[in-house]
Design a protein around this ligand. Structure first.
Ligand code: KG4
Ligand code: ZN
Length: 336
């Protein structure tokens, strides 16, 4: 069964063809990063306009690279919830048109459900239940995944997402957008203990996260250093910020897994590409006998293969969307 996936929730225009929920026949990602870099972040209106320009070509490329024709597609899955509503609307509109024209099912997918499925695509042997940490620019949550579509949220961010913390602190350091990959690279030349930044909620009994205090503390630190004159130790600051974020993510996820008596953790979302996060989880896994899985770098950040995979499983569960499927800026994790 061939599912066409479409994902346009933020600044990447993406389409993919996935066979039987596990074989990626194509995964096309057209990034708008350069368009938003100069503006220091994603401007929703501009992102939506780019999606309009790109979507037809990206879908056509996904079909062509999969070596199939549009008529071979059995269903269309699209991110319809959680994201920039104008951006989502472009993908949803395209998916509705294709599904209606082909007479095949349409399946709306929650963006986080897609990220969770990135792990199932890359690790088909991954069984349920497992604990999944999803860390991206818009979300940070740790969930118990008991089956396809069966989630229990154990904790989530009370304010900024982890990716947002990377992006906002990078901006304070004068680094380009998106800040996560830049901090990741710079931090390799810095000392993670140079600045003692807060690890918000690290000792709290809940599995919730909070990153806005870290951003404020970093700003205070940068202001003090700038007032004192001299050059900003950017690599040390990047390494210290990254270490604080990683400390919290690792500690809380491990505790959540222990509370659920589970020894399998999956990590997903753009921040899942962070090399220090991967290294720290690997160390913990080796020490404690936990299994920590990450998707490939391409499947960590936004992509449509994960949406097609989630769509395949929703379809098998009997789930269908109708043509009045709406784009929603936010929605609880689950059917949309
Ligand atoms: O999942 P994603 O592509 O889009 C959203 O759903 O938000 O995640 C984008 C986020 C951005 O905040 C970006 O800075 C962060 O993921 N990111 C990283 C890395 N690569 C991307 N953060 C830390 N280290 C990285 N290597
Ligand atoms: Zn995402």
């Amino acid at each position: 069964m061939l599912i066409l996936g479409i994902e346009t929730s933020c600044d990447d225009t993406t389409a993919a063809v996935v066979e039987d929920g596990r074989i990626i026949r194509s995964n096309v990602i057209s990034s708008q990063t350069s368009a938003h870099e100069a503006l220091g972040g994603v401007v929703p209106e501009i992102a939506a306009r780019h999606h309009v320009e790109l979507i037809v070509g990206v879908v056509a490329a996904a079909i062509e690279r999969a070596s199939v024709s549009l008529q071979d597609i059995d269903a269309v899955a699209v991110t319809s919830a959680h994201g920039l509503v104008g951006c989502l609307a472009v993908g949803v509109g395209a998916a509705k048109s294709i599904s209606h024209a082909l007479g095949v099912p349409l399946i709306g997918i929650h963006h986080i459900e897609g990220h969770i499925h990135a792990n199932l695509l890359d690790h088909p042997q991954l069984g349920f239940p497992f604990v999944c940490l999803t860390v991206s620019g818009g979300h940070t949550l740790v969930a118990l995944v008991e089956g396809h579509g069966e989630y229990r949220i154990l904790g989530e961010t009370l304010d900024d997402a982890a990716g947002e913390a990377f992006d906002k602190t990078a901006r304070l350091l004068g680094l380009p957008f998106p800040g996560g990959p830049v901090i990741d690279k710079l931090a390799r030349q810095g000392d993670p203990r140079a600045f003692n930044l807060p690890r918000p909620l690290i000792r709290s009994s809940s599995f919730d996260f909070s990153f806005s205090g870290l951003k404020t503390a970093t700003k205070r630190c940068v202001d003090e250093l700038q007032n004192a004159g001299g050059q900003l130790p950017v690599a040390d600051l990047a390494a210290s910020v990254q270490e604080a974020i990683v400390d919290v993510l690792v500690a809380k996820t491990i505790r959540a897994a222990a509370a659920e008596r589970l020894d399998i953790i999956a990590v997903s979302g753009g921040v899942g590409a962070n090399s220090r996060l991967r290294e720290r989880f690997d160390q913990v896994a080796r020490r404690s006998g936990l299994r920590v899985l990450f998707p490939s770098l391409e499947l960590c950040t936004d992509n449509a293969a994960m949406i097609a995979c989630a769509g395949y499983h929703r379809l098998r569960m009997g789930f269908r969307s109708t043509l009045d499927l709406d784009a929603k800026a936010s929605a609880p994790l689950g059917p949309v």
